[in-house]
Ligand binder design. Structure first.
Ligand code: ZN
Ligand code: ZN
Length: 365
């Protein structure tokens, strides 16, 4: 099959003829309908995160189940699925506590080693083993994934739209509804109105937030955020975002989401908080980045800093629910998709994301 292979940051990603082995016990094969190009793929491509290479890229996608490994009873051939880049093992203490986004086996085996649960890969290129990316590797015609990472969704939802639920939407909306548990009437600031930030905005709207302040250096992005439910916008290209925020909300906000993940935006999120406020880090920085805050202020103001990994989702519960909300008109997905390209144009899609100005490009095999 055709798949997009990453070797190292100096080498342009290439479409190669990769061998995909049959699913083993507990795994399924999925024919990919669409795969989203995410900033995490860009971090890998730029060498900002350590990633097992060579690998088949991609961690967001949708498709149809075509083959079941031994013992799989939760899925059937023909099921429509959205892929989850946390395939919960179901056995570790975090999975047993219901905190599946923290799955220990995913964090220690699947993600860092670029393999499936048994420690091996189903991917090869001329006999050379190729790693999986986050147990998904969706920039390909087909994938073999753990059954727990293929989340069955309703058949009438368009696969070439709902692919984005698997990362961007789950991460953004989940950060609001699960990690922060924003209450009705809350005030919310969102720094960064790209793919994840717009989902934080629409998550805040779903949660019933009273004020949602969208912040970005690109005015087109904050304009878009208004369509997703933001009540106010701040152009941070001209003047300090924190100063402008306090002009709008003199007491500071209840929740500030950093959907960028740069040192400056993380520090701004903390500075925007009012009494009892929580800063939520959703956007991911390069490895080793540091941010600072004043502990005395945090303690006296009874504030919190929260990290949010994959929107703290429980994939099998939250992903179908998010798809339902899209189908019911409560969530916008179509405006998040800037364009669709064939798999052969993966390198160009990554270039587009790097250049800015695109939200999500879907690769269609
Ligand atoms: Zn992603
Ligand atoms: Zn687990």
């Amino acid at each position: 099959m055709k798949a997009v292979v990453f070797r190292d940051p100096e080498t342009r990603v290439e479409v190669a003829d990769v061998t995909l082995a049959a699913p083993k016990a507990g795994e399924v094969r999925v024919k990919i309908a669409a795969a989203g190009v995410c900033h995490s793929d860009l971090h890998v491509k730029r060498g900002e995160w350590e990633a097992p290479a060579p690998m088949v890229m991609g961690h967001e996608g949708s498709g149809v189940v075509t083959e079941l490994g031994e013992g799989v009873t939760s899925l059937a051939v023909g099921d429509h699925v959205v892929l989850s880049w946390v395939p919960p093992c179901g056995e570790c203490r975090y999975c047993l506590q219901g905190h599946e986004a923290r799955c220990q086996k995913v964090a220690t085996v699947v993600a860092p080693q670029g393999v499936l649960f048994d420690g091996t890969s189903r991917l090869a290129l001329n006999e050379e083993p190729i790693h999986h990316y986050l147990g998904v590797s969706s920039f390909a015609e087909e994938v073999v994934v753990p059954a727990s990472g293929a989340i069955k969704v309703r058949d009438d939802a368009p696969l070439d739209v709902i692919a984005v639920v698997g990362c961007a939407v789950a991460t953004g909306v989940g950060a609001v509804l699960n990690t922060a548990a924003v209450e009705p009437g809350a005030t919310v600031a969102v720094i960064g109105c790209g793919g994840v930030g717009l989902n934080v905005v629409q998550g805040a709207k779903l949660a019933g937030a009273e004020r949602i302040i969208a912040i970005d250096i690109v005015p087109e992005k904050t304009a878009m955020a208004l369509q997703f439910g933001a009540t106010d916008r701040i152009d941070s290209s001209e003047r300090d975002a924190v100063e402008q925020l306090f002009e709008l909300i003199p007491d500071g906000v209840d929740y500030a989401f950093d959907a960028i993940g740069r040192t400056i935006t993380t520090e701004q999120a903390i500075q925007m908080l009012g009494l009892g406020g929580a800063a939520v880090i959703v956007g991911l920085p390069p490895t080793g980045a540091r941010a600072s805050f004043e502990p005395l202020v945090l303690a006296e103001a009874d504030q919190r800093i929260l990290g949010s990994n994959y929107g703290s989702v429980r994939p099998s519960i939250d992903i179908p629910a998010l798809v339902d909300r899209y189908m019911d008109g409560q969530l916008k997905l179509d405006p998040l998709i800037s364009g669709r390209r064939p798999l052969d144009e993966a390198a160009e899609a990554l270039d587009d994301l790097e250049a800015g100005g695109v939200l999500r490009t879907l690769l269609i095999p």
